[in-house]
Write a protein that binds this ligand. Structure first.
Ligand code: PAF
Length: 276
């Protein structure tokens, strides 16, 4: 496994690598959710590249950029074990040299839900993913359904700017009790870890209501909110039942919907979603 920290060297190396090439972009502190993407990429490509970069531009000043967990040694050991060929781990100055100005704005799909609650977040994500796709030139690029809106934003970006990768969306990986894996889970105290189950319980409730024939999205959202508000350590950011492609809020569900939420458990902001 080759670990590279400059754009010039990565570009040269990936250009000469066996094709197809699969890229898994990450911010490190890897867990089994990331590794499920790596395994899928390993099964489908001749070369597997993973990027590790905690992207400062997708955090706003009041967010957890400096506290975001990092462990490069453990990450590299896991990637070596999984048979990854190339790791791109640039420093922030390599990605954003002095004078850097360009921002990629993906438009409507990026303005809703997470975009509304984390202004600037998706500009940061779209800009760095655009750079990664042009530096690495992968045939396939892998993302997790846990970040459902991020997947839609990146699909739009990839199509609109003709970036030429196939965007592969992989299922959310959960703990046995339902908590979606996230690098941020490490910040939860034991009581908060317990309280965090309220996200999965609310999504399961939404799915059960939809499966039993409820089509009124407001009724489903109210049930989700009531359930979350019953947990004293949880504070709702938003609860949404939306069209799974446009993310516009629904009143009546005619087919599938994306139930999603952001909930603060103590100081940790968690997101999760389920297609219902
Ligand atoms: O999902 C993530 O870890 C990040 O948003 C990504 C896609 C690596 C961009 O920094």
């Amino acid at each position: 496994m080759k670990v590279i920290d400059t754009i010039a060297e990565f570009r040269n190396t990936s250009a000469g690598a066996a094709k197809p090439l699969g890229l898994v972009p990450t911010m490190g502190f890897l867990h089994q959710g990331h590794m499920s993407l790596v395994q899928r990429a390993r099964a489908e490509n001749a070369t597997v590249a993973v990027s590790i970069f905690v992207n400062p531009t997708q955090f706003s000043p009041n967010e957890d950029f400096s506290a975001y967990p990092r462990n490069m040694g453990a990450d590299l050991a896991m990637l070596r074990e999984a048979g990854v060929d190339l790791v791109f781990a640039p420093r922030a100055e390599e990605v954003y040299p002095s004078g850097f100005e360009t921002q990629v704005d993906v438009g409507n799909i990026a303005s809703r839900l997470e975009g509304e609650h984390r202004p600037g977040h998706f500009k940061g994500v779209a800009t760095v993913v655009c750079k990664l796709l042009t530096i690495v030139r992968p045939d396939r690029c892998y993302f997790g359904q846990k970040d459902a809106q991020q997947c839609l934003v990146i699909q739009r970006l990839n199509t609109d700017l003709n970036l030429g990768a196939e965007i592969v969306v992989c299922p959310t990986v959960r703990e046995p009790d339902g908590l979606a894996l996230s690098s941020r889970n490490v910040n939860l105290s034991p009581d908060e870890r317990n309280a965090s189950l309220v996200l999965y319980r609310a999504l399961s409730k939404a799915k059960a209501m939809r499966d039993s024939g409820v089509a009124d999205a407001e009724e489903i959202k109210l049930a989700m909110r009531n359930l979350i508000e019953g947990e004293p350590l949880a504070q709702i950011g938003y609860v949404s039942v939306a069209d799974p492609f446009t993310l516009l809020e629904l009143s009546n569900i005619d087919g599938q919907a994306l139930a999603s939420m952001a909930v603060h458990i103590g100081k940790t902001r968690l997101i999760d979603n389920m297609v219902i």
